[in-house]
Design a protein around this ligand. Structure first.
Ligand SMILES: CC(C)(COP(=O)(O)OP(=O)(O)OC[C@H]1O[C@@H](n2cnc3c(N)ncnc32)[C@H](O)[C@@H]1OP(=O)(O)O)[C@@H](O)C(=O)NCCC(=O)NCCS
Length: 146
């Protein structure tokens, strides 16, 4: 986008951000099944580690984090298509890491899952020092609902 200013505000995600965040995730095919109830539960459980980036009043990026005993997990990093390539993804991850360090001094590792063919995300994570861990593999199980 032309004439884009390069200062974006980052703040904790609030329940009232649901519609904007869901729109962002759905457009990126990362959250079309997200319900308001799940969103709100996630914010309560992971308070302080779910962030949005804003350009004025517009939400232009989102990330979800949760910490367990020693590990921070990152997921659903998504930037509005019109705002990609302006450093917002990097900004959100760095902010989340800083907040995690302040909140939980025990965290010593960060995990995330990324598709190998997602060039933009792979580049972003590698530029921040993430490495592909060859000893681990991702396992998943689709839950069947009645
Ligand atoms: C992946 C994504 C979050 C990147 O966000 P972004 O705000 O555009 O990234 P940034 O501007 O912070 O860029 C960070 C780095 O990645 C690089 N990068 C960004 N997009 C890139 C692309 N399409 N191809 C190659 N490199 C790219 C930047 O050049 C920058 O590298 P540098 O620091 O060495 O200069 C964004 O493209 C997106 O929302 N994609 C759809 C959802 C998604 O795939 N999320 C990741 C799930 S794991």
């Amino acid at each position: 986008m032309n004439n884009m200013k390069n200062s974006f505000a980052i703040r904790e995600t609030k329940p009232q951000d649901f519609t904007s965040v869901k729109k962002l995730l759905s457009r990126a095919k990362m959250g079309s099944t997200l319900t308001k109830a799940t969103f709100e539960r996630t914010l309560i459980r992971n308070g302080g580690l779910c962030l949005v980036a804003k350009d004025g009043k517009r939400i232009v990026g989102t990330i979800f984090g949760f910490d367990d005993v020693l590990t921070l997990h990152l997921s659903k990093l998504t930037i509005d298509e019109a705002y990609r390539g302006h450093g917002i993804g990097k900004l959100l991850i760095n902010e989340l890491i800083n907040r995690t360090k302040t909140r939980n001094a025990g965290i010593s590792r960060i995990f995330l899952h990324v598709r190998k063919n997602n060039k933009a995300a792979m580049h972003l994570y590698k530029s921040l020092g993430f490495e592909v861990n060859k000893e681990n593999c991702l396992m998943d199980l689709q839950l069947k609902r009645k």
